[in-house]
Write a protein that binds this ligand. Structure first.
Ligand SMILES: [Zn+2]
Ligand SMILES: [Zn+2]
Length: 391
């Protein structure tokens, strides 16, 4: 049998182009999830729908094996126009496109699921998880809040993302931190507004906020272990009115982002930014309200799960095409919510050269169809290695 027969490659490429033509944003993946559910059901896979709204979970139980794993793909597109006018399967929906390759993620997992449903070359339970809303809308969290782990108890979870700059027959597998946590914070300085000519009659929140900004970067420089990566950025500043340049305002708000690769540093960032805001406010005799909004935890590959992922990657592409020292990214992926509950591993699959326009979230980006085979074979090898017929 050829790879084309084993993984229905021609059909899967057509399906990938079809999904690319009809991109859907987070929690709106109605058409996509219906296609996914139909493809799974047609292969004889048990289908559960509705977790996280448009989420789909396909379950395949084979043999007596007691181990249970989940493989996760994301289905959503981005709210941005597709700029490539010549692509025959370009987006037909204005202002929406698959610029992160999630159309490819969906199809690779479908190809593997359908193949495993036919071959049944494992013993245990696999859940094929098709998640909505990865792009900042909280799809993984919603699935978990809807009872994902109660309905599908797991021993391990695996994720994969395409990566430009690596060849479509290359896979990067690294233990430890892969993606940063992505959190937001705000500090609101509540002073006492007054006439700009009589500052002594009020409490100046503008000066307090300015002091806070001038020392904010001491959090990373002086409080975090220099060997631990961390990012703190102030990204918004709000106060006063340019139509009233003789009024010192009551309130000034500052807000920004915080990124870390460990739970400890993440906790430190939350605490230290708040302590600075509070301390500076006290210095000026005013009050600061501080909020730290935890959005996405870091993706940290579990040593055991990463070792299993590495074996599968070597099986598929060979030792020389596997990269084990790929640098972590300051982006985030809400796969982290699954990986925070059970041992997990998240790998990078090559998407071809990172030439102009070939980067994630670019209006000319496209998933590389040649990666479909590598991805489907990786998922299959992972299942066969994780859930061996005779352990
Ligand atoms: Zn993305
Ligand atoms: Zn993505």
């Amino acid at each position: 049998m050829t790879d084309n027969d084993v993984y229905e490659l021609d059909r899967m490429v057509r399906l990938r182009h079809d999904l690319h033509r009809y991109p859907e944003l987070g929690f709106e993946e109605v058409r996509t999830s219906a296609i996914v559910a139909a493809e799974l059901a047609e292969a004889g896979i048990v289908v559960d729908r509705g977790l996280g709204g448009t989420g789909v979970v396909g379950t395949l139980r084979v043999g007596e094996g007691g181990r249970r794993i989940a493989l996760r793909a994301d289905m959503d597109a981005l709210a941005m126009p597709e700029l490539d006018e010549t692509r025959p399967y370009r987006s037909t929906v204005p202002g929406k496109m698959h610029a992160c390759g999630h159309d490819g993620h969906t199809v690779m997992l479908l190809a593997a699921a359908r193949h495993l449903a036919r071959s049944r070359t494992f013993s245990g339970t696999v859940h094929f998880v098709f998640q909505p809303a990865e792009e900042g809308r909280g799809g993984a969290k919603r699935m978990i809040e809807d009872g994902f782990f109660d309905r599908f108890p797991l021993d391990a979870v695996y994720g994969l993302h395409n990566m430009p700059g690596l060849d479509p027959d290359q896979i990067a597998v690294v233990a430890g931190p892969q993606l940063a946590s992505s959190d937001s914070w705000t500090a609101t300085f509540n002073g006492v507004g007054t006439h700009g000519a009589k500052p002594h009659l009020g409490r100046d929140a503008i000066t307090a906020a300015a002091q806070f900004l001038s020392v904010l970067h001491t959090v990373v420089a002086r409080r975090i272990d220099p060997l631990e990566p961390a990012v703190v950025s102030a990204c918004a500043l709000e106060g006063g009115n340019f139509a009233a340049l003789n009024v010192i305002p009551d309130v000034v708000r500052v807000g920004g982002t915080a990124r870390a690769y460990s739970a400890l540093v993440r906790d430190q960032l939350e605490h230290e930014i708040g302590q600075l805001a509070d301390g500076i406010a006290k210095t000026f005799g005013i009050i600061a309200e501080y909020q730290f909004i935890r959005r996405i935890p870091p993706v940290i590959n579990h040593a055991d799960a990463a070792a299993r992922a590495l074996r599968a990657a070597i099986d598929v592409v060979g030792q020389s095409r596997v990269i084990t020292d790929f640098p972590p990214s300051t982006a985030g992926d809400d796969f982290a919510f699954f990986g925070a509950e059970v041992p997990g591993a998240y790998v990078w699959l090559g998407n071809g050269p990172a030439t102009e326009g070939a980067l994630h979230h670019n209006g000319r980006y496209d998933f590389c169809d040649r990666a479909i085979l590598t991805g489907a074979r990786y998922w299959t090898a992972l299942v066969e290695g994780e859930l061996p017929v005779s352990p």
